[in-house]
Write a protein that binds this ligand. Sequence first.
Ligand code: FAD
Ligand code: NAD
Length: 307
Amino acid sequence: MTTPQVAIIGAGIAGLACAHALRQHGIESIIYEKSRGPGGRISSKRTDNSSVDLGAQYFTARDPGFAALALQAEQAGALARWEPNLAMIDDAGIQASPDTQTRWVGAPRMGAFAHYLARDLRIEPATRIGEHRSLTELRAQFTSVVIATPADQARALLPDLKVPAQAPCWAVWIDIDRDQPFDAAFVKTGPLRWIANDASKPGRATRRRWVLHATPSWSDTNLELSAEQVLLKLTEAAGGLLPNAFRVEDGHAHRWRYARPWDDQTAMADACIDAGDHLWVAGDYCMGGRVEGAWLSGVAAAQRIMR
Ligand code: FAD
Ligand code: NAD
């Protein structure tokens, strides 16, 4: 195996994209990841009987290169098209909100897409840079280093870095006993922003497993509540939105401390950051806080390295 020249910190979509783009040009890299596997905010959470997409729910692909990758992943069986019966809920009530957007989901769970991207890459799991190895060590060992973590974690490694703080998101899943008239809804009122029946996505084993995402402001205000309290409060909020009264059979809450930009329109001036001396910083927050943005930012970092 060729000796890696580039170290990448973080095996989320940005880090995986960077490693891929480098590989296509014959440059080997090694990705250091603090968790047990790849995916970051696109990974799925295991539950007793199955799994659930608690982070990214789906993604869209508007860039031609990213759209081509999505088609390849679909052919490999790692991605599928999700065609939910969509609603929009605001103070006026529930309205059907169909559209023609192609929404991609990992199959049979969101994390499958990250595993597909990671299949030929060198990843060192359970290795937190700043704890198990230092950034200084990596910079001494490798020709280039890419920090591909959420913005706040990048700032923990490089305190002078100018990056926007990211908003948190409390996410809940609940198994319920009643069918509902829609599969997912964009919510414009109250503590929730998004609700979706995970089971309506292709290949899922469960039947009525709803995912509830709180707004950035509700998540921030209630950041230190216990998972049990959040589960109760957000389930109650969902009870006010889902038309058919339900009983909860099982559920759990998860806190994403660094989930998204505070404002969906936020994007930085450049697709990645040149931190000097062959150190690069990439991540979704450079390109608007979506899966596609993370991919494009990682590819941009690889292109700068190759220049
Ligand atoms: P991450 O996925 O966060 O990857 C960074 C990686 O770095 C992580 O694996 C982390 O463990 C690792 N790491 C951090 N610090 C260190 C360290 N010191 N050493 C080693 N490793 C480290 N996007 C969409 O397009 N559609 C959606 O529907 C959608 N919904 C979302 C819902 C939620 C609740 C959340 C949280 C996000 C959602 N997003 C969505 C956003 C999307 O998930 C992200 O934009 C994208 O996954 C970010 O990828 P990334 O590689 O930039 O960062
Ligand atoms: P998209 O095109 O489906 O959605 C973009 C935005 O347009 C949505 O947030 C929604 O407000 C609106 N929208 C889209 N279709 C709609 C419809 N049929 N009816 C009513 N409103 C509709 O997807 P995208 O641009 O790829 O964005 C990805 C999604 O990821 C966004 O919804 C974003 O809010 C979400 N996200 C969530 C988090 C989190 O922490 N919860 C983090 C990052 C991104």
